[in-house]
Design a protein around this ligand. Structure first.
Ligand code: SF4
Length: 398
């Protein structure tokens, strides 16, 4: 008998326009495509529902807020219909339901509707508080829209708002980033996510860099930007609980904590991934193919894999080290059956000696210096082996 899964991710793959730095899979928001997608998503929800008893739901994208109020109503009604227990879960204290929004597509009607169906957290991609910078990033919104959307969300009664920001943007100075952070905090969110700009292949921004039209802040400035987040966060009562995430006490994102703690979750929608019973899977990242497969009664899963016990243990440590809490030896043993210091005695010693890890035999976590080199540290634990060869699913019937 399979256990129930308490964490659900739903992917909405549409955006108003492609941002200049973005290499994520997304599609132009065309009405007919969205209608077809919603029908397919409803079918996928119905199939997943018997296993779901959600404590967290995260509707991400893409740009979920690109859906109209009527389209959202249909999606949320369907979710409540296929998971009848959802209604009673809404009032439980640790229930968290997030919807990602873009400041250009928030309206009072939509905000009220989301709230009335139980959504209690909104994550808004503000990214910058300077219109020239937003334009450089190819964002479709302005700073004024972000302010207005925040007012709308507050008026609708959302108790928990996250704002996303990007740093190490071309030509950005340390002083500008400090100013952005202070103004971000002044907007009084419960949670802040700050991500270093990544330079993705085949993006307009990378081409501009390669052609010499933009300059990237140097490594010293970027490191100082990381440190600045820490000091502004601490000054204003935010706790850095993960490398890129800051929260007021009690507002840490429970959905993301489950990912970093290696918990199970079900992912629905094109390109969504999931992790259930030791099996990791990913749906096909193409909305037309996703719809076709579901319409034919086939699985939308593009591939799945089962990690070996050692590979799973390595992945668990790599994710856990992103969190301030790290991982305890006891939790590691309970989840993997391995003893942490038997599995990686040399790595633990060397990384602790280099001042990158704190390890007292009970808990493993990154030091302040280790956080700046988190990816390099995590790589030392990644084990590249799979129990099953990756299996492709060219549209097989379930
Ligand atoms: S809104 Fe997000 S997913 Fe869409 S193009 Fe911009 S960065 Fe990419």
């Amino acid at each position: 008998m399979s256990n129930t899964v308490e964490h659900l991710y739903i992917h909405i793959p549409f955006c108003a326009a492609k941002c200049d730095y973005c290499a994520f899979y997304s599609e132009p928001a065309e009405a007919a495509k969205i209608e077809r997608f919603l029908v397919a998503l409803e079918r996928e929800m119905e199939q997943a529902a018997p296993r779901l008893a959600p404590r967290t739901i995260f509707i991400g994208g893409g740009t979920p807020s690109i859906l109209t109020t009527a389209q959202f109503e249909r999606l949320l009604k369907h979710l409540h219909r296929v998971i009848p227990a959802l209604g009673s879960r809404l009032s439980t204290p640790d229930f968290e339901w997030t919807v990602e929004t873009n400041p250009a597509t928030v309206s009072p009607e939509k905000a009220r509707l989301l709230r009335s169906f139980g959504v209690n957290r909104v994550s808004m991609g503000v990214q910058a508080l300077d219109d020239a910078v937003l334009e450089r990033l190819g964002r479709v919104h302005t700073v004024a829209m972000a302010h207005k959307s925040l007012d709308i969300l507050r008026e609708a009664g959302f108790p928990n708002v996250n704002l996303d920001f990007i740093f190490a943007i071309p030509d950005q100075t340390l002083a500008q980033w400090a100013d952005t952070l202070r103004r971000a905090v002044a907007l009084a969110p419960q949670h802040l996510s700050t991500y270093e700009l990544t330079w993705e292949d085949d993006t307009p921004l990378l081409r501009e860099l390669q052609e010499g039209h933009v300059a990237v802040p140097d490594e010293t400035t970027t490191l100082a930007m990381y440190q600045q987040m820490q000091s502004v966060g601490t000054e204003f009562g935010f706790h850095r609980y993960e490398i890129s995430n800051f929260a007021r006490p009690g507002f840490e994102c429970r959905h993301n904590l489950n990912y970093w703690r290696g918990g199970d979750y079900i992912g629905l929608g094109p390109g969504a991934s999931g992790y259930v019973d030791g099996r990791r899977y990913k749906n096909v990242a193409n909305t037309a193919v996703y719809c076709e497969r579901i319409e034919r009664g086939q699985s939308p899963v593009d591939y799945d894999e089962r990690l070996t016990p050692r590979a799973h243990a390595g992945e668990l440590v790599a994710f856990a080290l992103r969190m301030n809490e790290g991982i305890t030896a006891a939790a590691f043993h309970a989840q993997t059956g391995f003893l942490l210091d038997r599995l990686w005695p040399d790595e633990l010693c060397a990384l602790a000696k280099d001042g990158l890890l704190e390890w007292d035999g009970l808990r493993l976590r990154l030091t302040g210096r280790g956080r700046l080199l988190a990816d390099e540290v995590a790589e030392r634990f990644i084990v590249l082996e799979k129990a099953d060869a990756r299996s492709h699913h060219p549209g097989h019937a379930d």
